[in-house]
Design a protein around this ligand. Structure first.
Ligand SMILES: Cc1ncc(COP(=O)(O)O)c(C=O)c1O
Length: 314
């Protein structure tokens, strides 16, 4: 599906992508070191480092025409100044669903390689593609892959998170050995039998299901997008992938935290406060569209109720 070539020995089974982020930090960093990530981002990227006493450098994504872009000059400057050991890179990006191009990923990987930073790519959201084409990091130039650790799982794509099974793909034997020895140190050697069966069945037999579910999620997104467009003071980033929509509410005159609390308390709708996404997410909320259409429609009707009251009172 992702047009990549992988040798069996490059794959290592692990116990969930999030716990693997933690082990990866343990394998390649010591207390007091730092890692770098683009922000906003899925918050376990930050906590997996902080829990090991490793510092986090935030590389703020630029917003241009309501879409995220990497500021490569800033990235290079921060890497040269702070000398992080790892860069954690979310591709496609959570939140927002932004799909990175091969050129963008090559540039990131080149900056990392030239500065001896290992690039950790999390491709967990690669199965839900709605606009444009997903490119795996494995499709960048071979020489750059020497420095890349890919982490992924079928857990988002096929809703298998509870089976706690994931895997890494590492082309460079030396990196792979360091990574595997950290797993062995923690007895991560015999994956969940159900997880393996789930993973194989998902990849071998569930393509049609995935196509159907993606069509359904895109339908949910289209409803949300036209709903957002009714309001002048909120905007939505095109959800190129995933099932997590990223909405800019900064012109509403209320913080995302307050809005999130009030939506829960006043109309019973749970959205996520963007400030939970490490940095640069203030002024945004994230809405999960991985649900039945009637839930989406019902929630939007309730938010309409809130907005009517809110716009009158404000
Ligand atoms: C970017 C990202 N990585 C990893 C995960 C979790 O993956 P896993 O279930 O394999 O731990 C999520 C889930 O929300 C995610 O958004």
């Amino acid at each position: 599906m992702h047009k990549v070539e992988v040798k069996k020995e490059e794959i290592t089974l692990t116990y969930g992508t999030v716990s693997t982020l933690h082990y990866t930090v343990q394998a390649f960093c010591k207390e007091g070191d730092s890692i770098i990530l683009n922000t906003p981002v899925y918050d376990p990227f930050e906590s997996s480092a902080k829990k090991q006493g490793v510092k986090v450098i935030n590389n703020t994504l630029d917003v241009i025409d309501n879409r995220y872009y990497i500021n490569f000059d800033l990235l290079e400057e921060q890497i040269k100044n702070h000398k992080p050991k790892l860069m954690m890179f979310c591709t496609p990006q959570n939140p927002s669903g932004r799909i990175w191009t091969i050129e963008e990923m090559s540039k990131v990987a080149r900056i990392c390689k030239e500065n001896s930073v290992i690039l950790i790519a999390d491709e967990v959201h690669a199965e839900h593609i709605h606009y444009g084409e997903f490119n795996s990091i494995l499709n960048i130039e071979d020489e750059l892959l020497e420095n890349v650790i890919l982490l992924t799982s079928p857990n988002k794509g096929f809703n298998l998170g509870g089976l706690k099974t994931s895997y890494s793909i590492i082309k460079n034997k030396e990196l792979r050995e360091i990574f595997k020895s950290k797993l062995q140190q923690n007895s991560i050697t015999s994956p969940n039998v159900f997880g393996i069966i789930g993973l194989i069945s998902a990849y071998d037999e569930c393509r049609d299901w995935l196509v159907g579910v993606n069509k359904y999620i895109k339908g949910n997104y289209e409803i949300l997008e036209s709903w957002v467009n009714k309001y002048e003071n909120i905007s939505i980033m095109k959800m190129e992938s995933s099932y997590l929509a990223w909405i800019n509410i900064s012109k509403l005159g209320i913080s995302a935290k307050e809005l999130t609390n009030r939506l829960a308390l006043e109309v019973g709708v749970l959205v996520e406060d963007g400030s939970h996404f490490v940095n640069d997410g203030e002024g945004y909320i994230r809405i999960n569209l991985g649900t039945q259409r009637e839930n989406v429609v019902n929630a939007l009707n309730r938010i309409d109720e809130f907005m009517n009251k809110f716009n009158k009172s404000y």
